[in-house]
Design a protein around this ligand. Sequence first.
Ligand SMILES: Cc1cc2nc3c(=O)[nH]c(=O)nc-3n(C[C@H](O)[C@H](O)[C@H](O)COP(=O)(O)O)c2cc1C
Length: 198
Amino acid sequence: MEKNTYKLVVLVGSVREGRFGPVVSSWVAEQAVAHGGFEVEVVDLGEFELPLALPAAPPKSAGADYPRPAGMAGLTEALAGADAVLIVTPEYNHSYPASLKAAIDWHFTQWTAKPVAFVSYGGAAGGRHAVLHLENVLTELHAVTVRDGLSFPNYFTAWTDGRPDDPRAAGHAKAMLDQLAWWAAALKNARAAAPYPA
Ligand SMILES: Cc1cc2nc3c(=O)[nH]c(=O)nc-3n(C[C@H](O)[C@H](O)[C@H](O)COP(=O)(O)O)c2cc1C
């Protein structure tokens, strides 16, 4: 029987000059392709227009007519078409970067009833403060956050040539991706069966 594949967006959350985010995201995307359950698209927030000033109405009530900048269209389309999202985030001042908050706040229905998993990196806490905040925020948009994630503490001494030094990392990624694929299937079926009551 042919295996179902689900559209997975790997979101590169940082846009800082000289950022490490693309290194982590590229390795994570490689793990997701190797997993076999996903059609993987890397979506880099650094490539989109993400102004902080929002329109007057919140995106939840404005629906498809929400007046987003033209340079955000690719991001909106990718999120709308995703069956699952994997957010790659660093930790900035014990939270996640403003670029990610803007990407979240400019959208609403695109996140609803979709599973979201996390890969984080940073200093001693490995970006976990960022993930805890993201879990909180994404619940408000009716997204479903996946319990298992990857965290890379002190990433600057833990990665070599674009790969984590810890040989267990690929196994942890597989566990996370198995959970993400399970939720992607469950929620895709549920969305098709009945509109989500949000
Ligand atoms: C504004 C700012 C605040 C930061 N705050 C934290 C922090 O609270 N905890 C932490 O572990 N690392 C912190 N860092 C270090 C980042 O985790 C590290 O610079 C990482 O490379 C950032 O990801 P990026 O390179 O993809 O932007 C901070 C970095 C910046 C730029």
